[in-house]
Design a protein around this ligand. Structure first.
Ligand code: ADP
Ligand code: MG
Length: 276
């Protein structure tokens, strides 16, 4: 594909929001595919026991498949669980299997329980431009592992009533992890998802989010689109399923913004206000 600026160092982005159904997984796989189609090497780490990101990328993740569970709990090298995504060159996935649900509890008694994912990524030797980590809708040890491993947090926000509700806890966790475990961590990117420009509510929420977060909010928002929601059932991202659709084009544009922003611009530590 046509080139986008390549980061000098691997950018590790944690896609998080403890609310379910806001577009975390959809954003993870479609931003990842967009970046890969523009020539980047991208690894998606599926950290949700539901395995929705693995499904959406057409990656086998039945119970016996080597998975991110083995990496976190049995210290298996990440390279042994990573699979290539067949229809997108440069895109890879570390799948989640259902046993990951138990990892949340198994990790509690383990040494360096918060930094097991970070260590696994650091030991991974293949060159990567981006790692995108799809978090579960909770703030437990799996999400903490992601926040310790990453430098950037990408928060998808669904444009509906109560959109900001509960975000305060995520932002507090980001602050805690930055203070104690990972000084580079910051909220770099906010993406408005399922945006319906015809409703007043959506534009009001968008305005509220923009006034609260300012420059972290991408100019591009993702429209509500049937094509986006259909794609996973074909084991595809919307980028390959229907490249000309409004959903695909908006994810490609959002990925372009992310690539051009780079990391340097956003190293100002994020200061959170009274959200949620
Ligand atoms: P999360 O990972 O935060 O739980 P998902 O990405 O799984 O959220 O999205 C929740 C549901 O909404 C899924 O069924 C998904 O296909 C659908 N969805 C996500 N984004 C869009 C969109 N822009 N338009 C239509 N449906 C969407
Ligand atoms: Mg999800």
């Amino acid at each position: 594909g046509e080139g986008l600026p390549r980061p000098e160092q691997t950018r590790i982005m944690v896609v998080a929001n403890q609310k379910g159904g806001v577009g975390k997984t959809t954003t993870t796989v479609n931003i990842a595919a967009s970046l890969a189609l523009h020539g980047a090497r991208v690894l998606v780490i599926d950290l949700d026991p539901q395995g929705n990101a693995s499904t959406a990328l057409g990656i086998d993740h039945h119970a016996d498949v080597p998975s991110i569970y083995d990496v976190l709990v049995d210290s298996r090298p990440l390279s042994e669980v990573v699979q290539p995504v067949l229809d997108v060159e440069g895109l890879f996935c570390a799948p989640a299997t259902i046993d990951l649900a138990g990892a949340e509890i198994e990790l509690v008694s383990m040494v360096a329980r918060e930094s097991r994912l970070q260590r696994a990524i650091q030991a991974y030797e293949q060159p990567l431009d981006y790692v995108l980590i799809d978090c579960p809708p909770s703030l437990g040890l799996l999400s903490v592992n992601a926040l310790v491993a990453g430098a950037e947090v990408l928060i998808p926000i669904q444009c509906e009533y109560y959109a900001l509700e509960g975000l305060g806890q995520l932002l507090k966790n980001v602050d805690l992890v930055r203070g104690h475990l990972n000084p580079t961590l910051h909220v770099s990117t906010i993406l408005l998802t399922m945006y319906d420009g015809r409703t007043r509510l959506a534009s009001q929420v968008a305005e509220e989010v923009r006034s609260h977060f300012g420059q972290e909010v991408l100019r591009t928002s993702i429209p509500r689109s049937v094509r986006i929601s259909e794609a996973p059932s074909y084991g595809q991202t919307v980028i390959t399923y229907d490249p000309g659709s409004s959903g695909a084009l908006s994810y490609i544009e959002a990925a372009r913004e992310i690539a051009f922003r780079g990391v340097a611009v956003h190293y100002e530590p994020y200061q959170h206000g009274r959200v949620g």
